[in-house]
Design a protein around this ligand. Structure first.
Ligand SMILES: NC(=O)c1ccc[n+]([C@@H]2O[C@H](COP(=O)([O-])OP(=O)(O)OC[C@H]3O[C@@H](n4cnc5c(N)ncnc54)[C@H](O)[C@@H]3O)[C@@H](O)[C@H]2O)c1
Length: 245
């Protein structure tokens, strides 16, 4: 049976790569992004390559649009098998310079967005007693922000803890909930932080390179598959060995 997947923040970077990888495996993917053009272009590219994809303009930090997107996918397909909570924003600032509004924004997108999408999709998954939810954590949520702001790293720590709460509560419904904690992955987000100069990170990464979006997508594919059926509440580091715990 075709897997029905929703990927947030799928208009670029890691989310787009995960959407493409799921579509290449035969899933129908709904690409959600706050940037309409990015989501539409990414969905069109999947369809040009023979995959099945639709898109929706969704701000994951707002309950109404999230609920509408979930209803649309569930209404069209009768189910949602996979949710990838990938949408996220990053800000770089010392703690003294973080404004209240920026704190609220980062937490709203990264943490509340993951909560709202999971809460809405789990009600679609529960009656069918199957589902996979993948959240996007970060190495910074384990070690504290180094190159990124404290609001970002705090949000990612909370996402990884939320993953465990969801996993515990949804296990009786046979829904697996896991997270990926990427290290430095080459995307628009890290381009904005580093200006494309990744050299200063290389000495800290035992594998000697920054990660690619494909590195993360491969792990997401595994977590969405039945091969990962006995994994739940797990946080998988994809960081080239930069941080080992
Ligand atoms: N790139 C890295 O090195 C890295 C490392 C650790 C974790 N992550 C996490 O991986 C995820 C993807 O990051 P990326 O590097 O691909 O970033 P990116 O900026 O390339 O892509 C993020 C996408 O999310 C979308 N988005 C932003 N706010 C949104 C909202 N409110 N609602 C819906 N969509 C929204 C953006 O439009 C964009 O398309 C994020 O959660 C990020 O925190 C990235």
């Amino acid at each position: 049976m075709t897997q029905i997947a929703a990927v947030t923040g799928a208009g670029s970077g890691i989310g787009r790569a995960i959407a493409e990888a799921l579509a290449a495996e035969g899933a129908h993917v709904s690409l959600w992004d706050v940037q309409e053009t990015a989501a539409r272009d990414a969905a069109e590219a999947i369809r040009r390559n023979g995959g099945a994809a639709s898109h929706a303009t969704v701000d994951v930090s707002a309950a109404g649009p999230v609920r509408a997107a979930v209803d649309q996918v569930a209404g069209a397909h009768g189910r949602i098998d996979i949710l990838v909570n990938n949408a996220g924003i990053c800000r770089v600032a010392p703690i003294a310079a973080i404004s209240e509004s920026d704190w609220d924004l980062v937490l709203a997108v990264n943490l509340k967005g993951t909560f709202l999408c999971s809460q809405a999709v789990m009600e679609v998954m529960k009656p069918r007693r199957r589902g996979k939810i993948i959240n996007m954590g970060s190495v910074s949520g384990k070690v504290g922000g180094i190159a990124v702001g404290a609001h970002y790293s705090a949000s990612k720590a909370a996402v990884m803890c939320l993953t465990k709460s969801l996993a515990r509560e949804l296990a009786p419904f046979n829904i697996n909930v896991n997270a990926i904690a990427p290290g430095v992955i080459a995307t628009d987000m890290t381009q904005a932080i580093t200006g494309g100069d990744f050299d200063r990170y290389l000495a800290t990464i035992p594998l000697g390179r920054v990660g690619s979006v494909r590195d993360v997508a491969e792990v997401a594919l595994f977590l969405c598959s039945e091969r990962a059926g006995y994994l739940t509440g797990e946080i998988i580091d994809v960081n080239g060995g930069q941080f080992m715990d």
